[in-house]
Design a protein. Structure first.
Length: 221
């Protein structure tokens, strides 16, 4: 891991969402903005950080509702998401939020495509489109740090739900068993909920990968 960058998780207790800060001692970026933003801003203030950007793995309420408080405190903050997630972020019937995000937030979201590179904090962060949990779910890969932020696409030994609006089981199978398994074994995976894992472990233990490999082996026979 890059020794100049500090990675810490802030757990939003009421929804058990993992929100991750990457910081260099002065500036920070945040992966997912859960809760009402209180815990996240407390972390920023405690560590005397300027929050430069928020990267959204997807648009469900437990990953976006902290944006209102964050945007109020840091009006110049940059917000990123995958282009296919725009409808989920903007539609409360799809994201299960109790209120819509302000236009001041929606209009500033920088939508990215698969394999785009986001340059923040001196890092090159690759956007990996991994649909299935939602249509625009994505992971963020920082190859220089050997880390992947998987949101609710992949968890330790399992995967995110696909029965929500725009979810798709076949898509999440491809996202995990094919796309994410192309990554190097030594990539640590920081998930949207529960404990962290790594690609080597998931290659041998993830239920999606095991079933995919078993089904394809049967086809070959």
């Amino acid at each position: 891991m890059n020794n100049n960058i500090k990675l810490e998780c802030v757990l939003i207790d009421n929804v058990d969402t993992n929100c991750y800060f990457l910081s260099d001692g002065n500036n920070a970026i945040l992966i997912d903005a859960g809760g009402d933003g209180t815990e996240l801003l407390e972390y920023v203030e405690k560590n005397n950080l300027n929050l430069n950007a928020v990267l959204l793995t997807h648009g469900h309420f437990d990953h976006i509702m902290g944006l209102t408080a964050i945007n109020h405190k840091f009006p110049d903050v940059r917000i990123y998401a995958h282009i296919n997630e725009k409808e989920v972020i903007e539609n409360i019937k799809y994201n299960f939020s109790n209120k819509e995000l302000d236009d001041s937030i929606l209009h500033k979201i920088l939508y990215k495509n698969d394999k785009d590179i986001i340059n923040e904090l001196g890092l090159q962060i690759k956007v990996l489109h991994t649909p299935g949990h939602t249509i625009g779910s994505c992971c963020y890969l920082i190859e220089s740090m050997k880390v992947l932020f998987s949101g609710d696409t992949m968890f330790k030994k399992t995967f995110g739900r696909t029965d929500f609006p725009t979810g798709n089981l076949n898509q999440i199978i491809k996202s995990i068993a094919i796309d994410l398994m192309e990554l190097d074994d030594d990539i640590d995976v920081f998930t949207g909920h529960m404990e962290k894992t790594n690609i080597a472990f998931e290659r041998k233990n993830n239920s999606v990968v095991l079933h995919y490999n078993r089904d394809n082996k049967k086809k070959e026979i």
